[in-house]
Design a protein around this ligand. Structure first.
Ligand code: AMP
Ligand code: MG
Length: 338
């Protein structure tokens, strides 16, 4: 990718078209955020439910006040600490933001990405760019250009290829329209990091930890089965040796029924499984490696035609909590406590 590609992509955005582009979290599918027709194209290309709002990407801090009714003081603090970077803030929107972009909500999600191609595209286009992840709705988010191509082939005119992304899971979303700031989606920037900057406790949306039917999450997108491979995914939680034994027992049972079984494991335990395909998420306890590899690995199980996947659960330390959140959703909250 060079400057000519960025210019071509920027021209597409300016004229109301769609472009997939890399960010540090996952690949995004971008369009002019302030143009209702352009925003609508995103929903069509992804097959995304129209009540699921888009994140508006900006390249300068001053652009936040171009879409916000008012900029809360805490947004200022958080922007100083985490922008450009993987943190999305929800604020009240002003009239310039069309309801197509916000899925009918009177708030807007805003983020300043740190990836140079993303920043270059926003600046070169002169637009604010609405961009959800560049996957077909419900599929794992794309972490390399080939994933975007697999999902979006024929549906969009251009993909900017920036190689594999650095983080691998979507941004943290923090809602600043509540009395107490609330995390609507966990990510690389953790609740502890945000709390430390704001100097107070923040809350976690109870809807994201409960299983889907119990409490409705505040971010509309978090209510859907999501991030999911085609195969059925089951998480196994418990002491390592018991998890290995149980997964091997279930593997045997399913294979006898003629199913192709996949196992998602840590590097250290992968050799202990007797499944049709065993894929590693990285060293035990390394949440960052797991985040980077999660979605590519889920897609690889599809490529290897797994019918059912058993996944070891991860330590919920740091970004590990966000990876577990995605895994639980991909599994439709099917968790085996061994
Ligand atoms: P994606 O763009 O695929 O990373 O998804 C964006 C996420 O942000 C979805 O879960 C949306 O529901 C959520 N989101 C975007 N705007 C808002 C908003 N104004 N209020 C609450 N959640 C939002
Ligand atoms: Mg998404």
């Amino acid at each position: 990718m060079d400057i000519a590609d960025i210019r071509e992509a920027a021209e597409l955005i300016r004229t109301g078209g769609l472009v997939a582009f890399p960010t540090e979290t996952v690949y995004g599918l971008g369009a002019d955020a302030l143009c209702p027709k352009a925003a609508k194209k995103i929903y069509a290309a992804k097959g995304r439910p129209s009540d699921n709002p888009l994140i508006v990407h900006i390249a300068e801090y001053s652009q936040l006040s171009a879409v916000a009714r008012e900029v809360p003081e805490e947004a200022d603090l958080l922007a100083r600490a985490f922008w450009p970077g993987p943190l999305t803030m929800i604020v009240r929107k002003n009239q310039s933001v069309p309801s197509e972009t916000t899925g009918g909500m009177d708030t807007v999600a805003v983020r300043m990405p740190s990836h140079p191609a993303a920043l270059g595209l926003i600046r070169e286009s002169g637009c604010l760019i609405a961009a959800p992840s560049a996957n077909v709705s419900g599929r794992p988010s794309p972490t390399e250009a080939a994933h975007v191509a697999a999902d979006m082939d024929g549906r969009i005119p251009m993909i900017l290829d920036g190689g594999p992304v650095g983080i691998g899971i979507e941004s943290t979303i923090v809602d600043l329209t509540e009395e107490v700031p609330m995390i609507l989606r966990p990510g690389f920037v953790t609740a502890e990091m945000i709390g430390a900057v704001l100097g107070r406790e923040i809350r976690l949306d109870p809807g994201i930890t409960a299983s889907d039917s119990v409490i409705r999450p505040k971010a509309p997108g978090m209510k859907y089965r999501h991030y999911a491979p085609k195969a059925e995914l089951i998480l196994a939680e418990g002491e390592t040796e018991r998890v290995i034994a149980e997964i091997n027992r279930l593997t045997e049972e399913k294979r006898q029924k003629g199913l192709r079984v996949g196992v998602m494991a840590a590097n250290e335990t992968a050799g202990r499984y007797k499944a049709d395909c065993v894929l590693c998420l990285g060293p035990q306890g390394d949440g960052e490696a797991a985040a980077r590899q999660l979605y590519g690995t889920l897609r690889e199980f599809d490529r290897q035609k797994a019918d059912i996947i058993y996944a070891e659960s991860l330590t919920e330390k740091g970004v590990g909590a966000a990876v577990m959140n995605r895994l639980c959703k991909a599994a439709g909250h099917q968790v085996l406590y061994v």
